[in-house]
Design a protein around this ligand. Structure first.
Ligand code: PLP
Length: 363
């Protein structure tokens, strides 16, 4: 035993719980626990990585100019200097919190919000504050009711993980307009591509409406690059300058930078992924509800059927695991009677739905 102790708020921080893997399973495994793209990455992203393989002895471009330009072009953003990249969008969440919220400050989000906001607030000594949702959906007025003089950042994933629900853009604007100027509105669009291109443009325009709004995005979901750890953000100029001050040098590697630039330019691959997801998301909602597992409509790439009790949800989770299917338990998000199922490839979706029909027929 040593007498070395971390800062007291670090001692209180619990680590993020990831979707996990099915260790020790034999045969084919169906992984639907982490909202990954069942098609993998765009073939163009893989080609781009091959192109940089022989250059790994040199550091990446410290400014990630090509990647940022590709993001700005794909998203119709004029000022590339306000597009910044990170090692996963988790890093943006952490750096924002590091820069703006510490002991004595509050970080605001809703009751079933993405758990990294809580981890990050605690990890920086700030106080997480949550407000209730209505029908699993964040509401602008509920969030405004949670704002105090000490609130520094309001995190809102839209669509949210794990609920899959979203706040309408008009309400987002109302929230943005009503926030006091000392609060940063960080809108996390990890699943924005699954809503559609016009919504992506609306999020971009939201950042341009006010100097208090940041858009956080990821390459881990529709772009199929979760293992490369790439996130990006669109910032107001002042916040971009702050972010640049604390961004670790070379925070993403050359493979990630090359793959990300190719992936975001491959609009065909993105549209194909979005259309597949929209089709299967609707099928899941319809068939799960028909099985007696109430499932709200989702705007993302996952659904959350309700098994009625925590025990039954656990039993379904174990049953699926015993058949080599991994989905996500979301008791840690305050939703213990539900499971989160990522929309997968057609055959895997059919398998999961057939297994759940078998489960509900007997239990
Ligand atoms: C809403 C939301 N934001 C951010 C992330 C983090 O993504 P990454 O760090 O892989 O970019 C996730 C991952 O599940 C998420 O669901």
């Amino acid at each position: 035993m040593t007498t070395i102790r971390p800062l007291s708020h670090i001692e209180k921080t619990k680590p993020y719980v990831p979707g996990g893997k099915l260790h020790g399973a034999e045969g084919e495994v169906i992984m639907l626990a982490s909202n990954e793209n069942p098609f993998g990455p765009s073939p163009k992203a893989i080609e781009a990585m091959k192109g940089v393989a022989e250059l790994v002895h040199v550091y990446p471009d410290p400014e990630y100019g090509a990647l940022r330009k590709a993001i700005a072009e794909a998203q119709g953003i004029e000022d590339v200097s306000r597009v910044l990249v990170s090692a996963g969008s988790d890093e943006i969440i952490h750096l924002l919190t590091q820069a703006y919220a510490g002991p004595g400050d509050e970080v605001l989000f809703t009751e079933h919000a993405f758990s990294m906001y809580n981890v990050s607030a605690l990890g920086h000594g700030a106080t997480p504050v949550t407000v209730p949702e209505t029908d699993f959906t964040a509401g602008a007025n509920a969030l405004l009711g949670g704002v105090t003089e000490r609130t520094k950042i309001l995190f809102l994933a839209n669509p949210n993980n794990p609920t899959g629900t979203m706040m309408a853009v008009e309400s987002l604007k109302h929230l943005q307009d009503s926030l006091p100027p000392h609060v940063i509105l960080a809108v996390d669009g990890a699943y924005a591509e699954y809503v559609g291109e016009s919504y992506e443009a609306e999020l971009r325009d939201l950042v341009d409406r006010r100097p208090n709004t940041v858009m956080v995005r990821t390459f881990s979901k529709i772009y199929g690059l979760a293992a490369l750890r790439i996130g990006w953000g669109y910032f107001p100029a002042e916040l971009a300058a702050t972010f640049q001050r604390i961004r670790p040098p070379f925070n993403i590697n050359s493979f990630a930078a090359a793959a990300g630039a190719a992936a975001i330019a491959d609009r065909e691959f993105i549209s194909m992924s979005r259309e597949h997801n929209a089709k299967w998301r609707a099928i899941y909602v319809e068939r799960l509800n028909a099985m007696g597992l109430p499932t709200p409509a989702s705007s993302a790439n996952f659904v959350i059927p309700d098994f009625g009790t925590e025990e039954r949800a656990k039993a379904a989770h174990e049953f699926l695991k015993s058949r080599n299917v991994l989905v996500r338990a979301i008791g840690g998000y305050g939703l213990p009677t539900r499971l989160r199922i990522t929309v997968g490839a057609e055959r895997d979706n059919e398998t999961v739905l057939a297994l759940l029909a078998e489960f509900t027929a007997s239990r």
